[in-house]
Design a protein around this ligand. Structure first.
Ligand code: FE2
Length: 280
């Protein structure tokens, strides 16, 4: 069944994003939050100090990150640790995100990610063979929730031709205070600025394609209520600022690619042959 009207598709093509309020119910949002809390409760943080930082991504991209494409793994906030490397507060208040295969390995996230309405949206967007490549549960913790600098999702999830779409679900109200998304409307019409690839030395690196700066003055906030789905074109420049407020801003993201496109071996995210990306 069609989900998007011609007017909505036109807006998506014009702006590079589309805000769909009330995509998920409050109960669905709470069920995902509850499931994430259970996963965190089962997680033993000892030995895992892979701090996720978009500012120093190359240095931080260790083995734990590089092999997380087909696993459920936990990444800490940069500001979660004291100088001696200990967590300053409980693990549930210290995590930046869970990634990157919740949608395949966890039944609750799998069911939400494979809602028929989402499959219909993928069809409306023109996917021939939609694949659910990657998912993240993002906590954007109160006070320490880190900034995500301006980027295009195709930098990280590159196909030939480009096919990635981001599905960003607000599990709580997202406001300017707690770190909502910001985007540059129409910015997807400029080309891809860089690619994030595996380096020969075992780490990762950015391959620069276009060094022109982002027109920051054109950024607009996408403050949305709980239950909203924001569709993000893979070339749309977007970011979120740090959360210095006392309220968390939980979100779930799912990234689709088209199986008819080529997926390069140098992409940072690789899935093992026994767990290839699946469709809806
Ligand atoms: Fe993104």
């Amino acid at each position: 069944m069609k989900q998007l009207t011609a007017e909505q598709l036109n807006r998506y093509q014009r702006d590079g994003f589309l805000v769909l309020e009330n995509f998920a119910t409050r109960a669905e949002c709470e069920a995902l939050q509850q499931r994430a809390a259970e996963l965190v409760a089962e997680f033993d943080p000892q030995g895992v100090i892979s701090i996720f930082s978009t500012r120093e991504q190359t240095r931080q991209s260790d083995e734990y990150f590089l092999t997380s494409g087909d696993k459920i793994r936990f990444f800490f906030e940069e500001e979660a640790f004291s100088a001696d490397g200990q967590l300053r507060q409980a693990k549930e208040h210290s995590l930046n995100k869970i990634g990157h295969a919740l949608h395949d390995l966890d039944p609750v996230f799998s069911a939400f990610s494979r809602k028929p309405a989402l499959a219909d949206i993928a069809t409306d967007l023109g996917y021939q063979q939609p694949l659910l490549l990657q998912s993240m549960y993002i906590f954007k913790q109160p006070n320490i929730g880190g900034e995500v600098t301006c980027h295009q999702d195709a930098t990280f999830l590159f196909t030939e031709p480009l096919s990635v779409t981001g599905c960003w679900f607000a599990l709580e109200d997202a406001t300017q205070e707690n770190g909502c998304l910001w985007a540059i409307p129409g910015g997807h019409r400029a080309g891809l600025r860089k690619r994030f690839v595996r380096a020969d030395n075992g780490g990762t690196r950015f391959e620069l394609l276009d060094e022109s700066p982002w027109p920051d003055d054109l950024l607009m906030p996408l403050a949305v209520p709980q239950g909203t789905l924001i569709l993000l074109h893979g070339l749309l420049p977007h970011l979120s600022y740090a959360n210095r407020s006392p309220k968390s801003r939980h979100a779930y993201t799912l990234h689709l690619i088209d199986g008819v496109c080529a997926y390069p071996a140098e992409n940072w995210l690789q899935r093992s042959p026994d767990l290839p990306p699946r469709g809806f």
